[in-house]
Ligand binder design. Sequence first.
Ligand SMILES: CC(C)(COP(=O)(O)OP(=O)(O)OC[C@H]1O[C@@H](n2cnc3c(N)ncnc32)[C@H](O)[C@@H]1OP(=O)(O)O)[C@@H](O)C(=O)NCCC(=O)NCCS
Length: 168
Amino acid sequence: MKPGVSIRKSDTTFITRQFRHDDLDDVIRLNLTCLPEHYPKSYFIMIYSSLPAAFRVAVVGNKIVGYTMGKIETGLSNFHFLRRAKKGHTISIAVSPHYRRLGIGTKLLLESLEAMKAAGATEAFLEVRKSNISAIKMYEKLGYVTVKTLKRYYHDGEDALLMAKKLI
Ligand SMILES: CC(C)(COP(=O)(O)OP(=O)(O)OC[C@H]1O[C@@H](n2cnc3c(N)ncnc32)[C@H](O)[C@@H]1OP(=O)(O)O)[C@@H](O)C(=O)NCCC(=O)NCCS
């Protein structure tokens, strides 16, 4: 790029697609940059293998700028008292700082939720740090509601909000 030339954010074109094994190092780098919760390589592969269609990446040019991954769990419903439900659990989502507020996080999450729904999930849930206002706002915009606070959920003692959304 010529000195002084900058790319306007609004001109950024991104695509989203399913994760591939050769994306792994980039996804791990993004995870290390964007979040305090990190995982071994084998965990990413395990989550991918459990529901490949729910592991999505966003790409600008040939650069991975966002990802989300999730799995299906069966347990107590967050919406129906004492009823069991198949639930889509979003494990992790991140967008590179330079590419935020472009709708990438929203698109990744919506596509991942579609995959969870197609796999039979009737609701979705996730945990988010109480202080993570930008993520909480995105989840609320997508229809998630706060179900409860999980006290000292994170290793540094911060509380999490358990947020959930009906998929049907
Ligand atoms: C949370 C995150 C994934 C959002 O990704 P994104 O691509 O910027 O999100 P979107 O552009 O789709 O934003 C969707 C909506 O979320 C809300 N939002 C996102 N970032 C926000 C911010 N910094 N402040 C206020 N609202 C924000 C807005 O309502 C936004 O809609 P708008 O831009 O039309 O106002 C991104 O900020 C991120 O990677 N954060 C660090 C990692 C992280 O915290 N992950 C979540 C862990 S639970």
